[in-house]
Design a protein around this ligand. Structure first.
Ligand code: PMP
Length: 377
C-alpha cells in the first residue's frame, strides 16, 4: 500500500513538471550561492586542509559533550564582533539555526508576525514554536502595522523576516520594520542568509548597512552562501545566546560540525575584511547583468540584488528554459513549488564574482532566445 501511494505521488510530480533530478555543477555558474567564489578560494582550502591534518575530521559529539573545541568559541566571538553583537552561536546549518531560534523563543501566549515568503526553514521553525502565527503579505509594512495595531497579546511579540529574500532577491523594508518594532517592543528576528558578506561597509550584511543593529533581537547568518562554507551563526545579546545554547534542540542534540570548518570560517572573515573590492565587483556585475536584461526588454528592475528572478510561471516551461541554457554551457536552475508559490516557477539567476562582462553578454542573449522559444516573451 505504501509503495503504491508513493509511486502515485512520484508520477504526479512527473506529470506536473515538479519532479527533481540531481545534477552536479557543469558549465558557467549562474545559480549557486557562492557569490564571492569563496567555496574554491585557495586561502579557505589551505586553512581547512591544515586544520584537518592538525585536529582530525569529526568532532565526536555534541558541543555540550565532548564535541566542543576552543576554535568554535573563538570563531563565535570573532563573528559576534563582526556583527556588532555581544555573542554568537554556531550551528551546523542555517536550517538547524532557524529551527532552534524559532522553536526556542516563540512560546505559548506569544505572537509572531511572519512574512509570507520567508524561507522553508523559518516556516518549519515557526511551526515548531508555540506562538500564535500571523502571516502578512510579502514586504508589506502596512499589512504588518495593521496586524500589529489590531491583534493583542499579553505575551511577547516577534517579527520574522529575511533581509534579502532568497527566491525574489528583494530587500525587506528593514528601517520601517525597526521603527515599528522599537515603538511596540516587538523582537525582530532577521535571516541574513543572502546578505552576509555582501552588504555594509564591513560586509556584515543589511543589518549593518541599514543601521538597525540596535533594533534587531537576533540575526541568523548562514555560512554556506557568500562565506563559501557551511553552518550558520546566530548573533545577538549574551542572555539570548546563553539560553539558545541550553535549549536550542538542534544545537543540543546534534553532533558538532567538523572542527576544521572553524579555521576556514576564520579565513573567510579575513577575506571579507581585507577585500571589500570583491563585494564591489559583485554589485557592479549585478547591475551590469540587470541592465543587459532590462535593455533586452525583460521585466527586470535595473536596481536590485545579486539574486535575479526571471518569472516563467509554468513549471515545465521553466525547466525547459533552464535545460536549454544548460546545453549552451550556462548552469541555470529552475525553481518550482514548493520553493516558490504555485504558478510562479522561475529561473533564479545569481551573480558571482567569477563572471565577467563578456560572459554576461553571451548569457543574456541566450536567455532571451530560450525564453522566446517557450513563448515567455
Ligand atoms: N535561510 C535562507 C533565507 C536560506 O535561503 C537558506 C538556504 N537556502 C537557509 C536559511 C538555510 O541555510 P542552510 O543552507 O545553511 O541550511
Amino acid at each position: 500500500m505504501l509503495e503504491t501511494r508513493i509511486r502515485q505521488r512520484l508520477e504526479s510530480f512527473e506529470l506536473n513538471g515538479l519532479s527533481r533530478r540531481l545534477l552536479p555543477p557543469a558549465g558557467i555558474d549562474l545559480s549557486s550561492n557562492d557569490y564571492l567564489q569563496f567555496a574554491s578560494h585557495p586561502m579557505l582550502r589551505a586553512s581547512m586542509a591544515s586544520a584537518i591534518l592538525e585536529a582530525g575530521c569529526g568532532s565526536t559529539g555534541s558541543r555540550l559533550l565532548r564535541g566542543d573545541r576552543s576554535c568554535f568559541s573563538a570563531i563565535e566571538q570573532r563573528f559576534a564582533a563582526f556583527k556588532g553583537t555581544e555573542a554568537a552561536l554556531y550551528f551546523s546549518s542555517g536550517y538547524a539555526a532557524n529551527l532552534a531560534v524559532l522553536s526556542t523563543f516563540l512560546e505559548d501566549g506569544d505572537l509572531v508576525f511572519f512574512d509570507r515568503l520567508n524561507h522553508a526553514s523559518l516556516i518549519d521553525g515557526m511551526r515548531l514554536g508555540k506562538a500564535r502565527k500571523i502571516l502578512f503579505a510579502h514586504n508589506e509594512v502596512a499589512a504588518f502595522e495593521h496586524y500589529l495595531r489590531t491583534i493583542r497579546t499579553a505575551g511577547q511579540r516577534f517579527l520574522v523576516v529575511e533581509s534579502l529574500f532568497s527566491m525574489d532577491g528583494d530587500i525587506a523594508p528593514l528601517n520601517e520594520y525597526a521603527d515599528l518594532c522599537r515603538e511596540a517592543g516587538v523582537a525582530m528576528i532577521v535571516d541574513e542568509a543572502h546578505a552576509i558578506g555582501l552588504y555594509g561597509d564591513r560586509g556584515s550584511g543589511l543589518i549593518e548597512s541599514t543601521g538597525i543593529a540596535g533594533d534587531t533581537f537576533l540575526s541568523i547568518n548562514p555560512a554556506g552562501k557568500a562565506l563559501g562554507l557551511a553552518g550558520a551563526f546566530v548573533a545577538g545579546p549574551q542572555w539570548a545566546i546563553d539560553y539558545l545554547m541550553q535549549r536550542g534542540r538542534t544545537f543540543v542534540f546534534s553532533t558538532a560540525p567538523p572542527p576544521s570548518i572553524a579555521a576556514a570560517l576564520d579565513a573567510a572573515l579575513d577575506l571579507i575584511g581585507q577585500a571589500p573590492e570583491l563585494r564591489h565587483r559583485l554589485h557592479w556585475l549585478t547591475s551590469t547583468l540587470r541592465g543587459m536584461l532590462a535593455d533586452q526588454g525583460l521585466d527586470i528592475p535595473r536596481d536590485g540584488s545579486q539574486i535575479i528572478p526571471v518569472l516563467v510561471g509554468d513549471n515545465a516551461r521553466a525547466v525547459n528554459v533552464a535545460q536549454a541554457l544548460q546545453v549552451q554551457g550556462f548552469d541555470v536552475r529552475a525553481i518550482r513549488p514548493p520553493a516558490v508559490p504555485e504558478g510562479s516557477a522561475r529561473l533564479r539567476l545569481s551573480v558571482n564574482t567569477g563572471l565577467d562582462e563578456t560572459i554576461l553578454r553571451g548569457f543574456s542573449s541566450s536567455l532571451c532566445r530560450a525564453l522566446s522559444a517557450v513563448g515567455v516573451r
